[in-house]
Design a protein around this ligand. Structure first.
Ligand SMILES: O=C(O)CCC(=O)C(=O)O
Ligand SMILES: [Fe+2]
Length: 197
């Protein structure tokens, strides 16, 4: 895998462009839209419980418990489409994953604010592989110390891999935009290495 690191320092991120044909990307979008058990997410912001418009799904090879935005959820077991997509992503990245967080953004009015995926369950320096389906959206990485920003457009069917110290030193976000009217599904494949209990 010879690819340029899009981060100038303190982490690694690789953009593969589209790894699916437009037809495959459409197929998976439709299938996931219909078959994933989409949940309205609740997040706690300034101590208030808020229901987001964005919907999420949490899947894995086991009923992993995962805590993000202070909410713990139990994974549902893989669907055939998720297994097929994970295999493709594993082949491209040469890495192994065991779980996937899905996000459904109905339009550009929905996004994700600055965060890093540094949950304890993922262990140190986690690799996260992000597959995008549907509307093209801007994705931004921001260095925690310097504020330096790296922006890219995540196209339909594309794969982005974040690894090494990226989560430690960089935040990322999916800015809202009035320009995008179409929906997008994002899948972030992850590897849970620490399980509770
Ligand atoms: O939708 C995206 O591209 C970003 C999703 C993300 O950052 C996450 O699920 O942690
Ligand atoms: Fe993230």
């Amino acid at each position: 895998m010879e690819r340029d690191n899009i981060l100038p320092k303190e982490g690694e991120a690789y953009y593969f462009g589209s790894i699916l044909t437009p037809k495959e990307a459409d197929y998976y979008f439709e299938r996931l839209f219909k078959t994933i058990d989409w949940q309205q997410d609740e997040v706690i912001i300034f101590g208030k419980r808020i229901v987001t418009k964005r919907k999420t799904g949490w899947y894995g090879e086991k009923e992993f418990e995962y805590t993000y935005s202070k909410i713990t959820r139990k994974a549902k077991i893989w669907t055939p489409e998720l297994v097929a997509l994970m295999k493709l992503v594993e082949k491209r990245t040469g890495l192994e994953f065991n779980s996937c967080l899905l996000n459904l953004y109905h339009s550009g009015e929905e996004g994700m604010s600055w965060h890093s995926d540094a949950e304890a369950e993922l262990g140190k320096d986690p690799a996260i592989a992000s597959l995008s389906l549907g509307a093209e959206r801007k994705f931004v990485l921001k260095n925690k110390a310097s504020g330096e920003k790296i922006s890219l457009e995540l196209e339909n069917g594309s794969l982005l891999l974040m690894k090494g110290q990226t989560q430690k030193f960089w935040l990322h976000s999916l800015p809202k935009t009035k320009k995008v009217k179409e929906p997008r599904i994002n899948l972030t494949f992850r590897k849970i290495v620490k399980t509770k209990k």
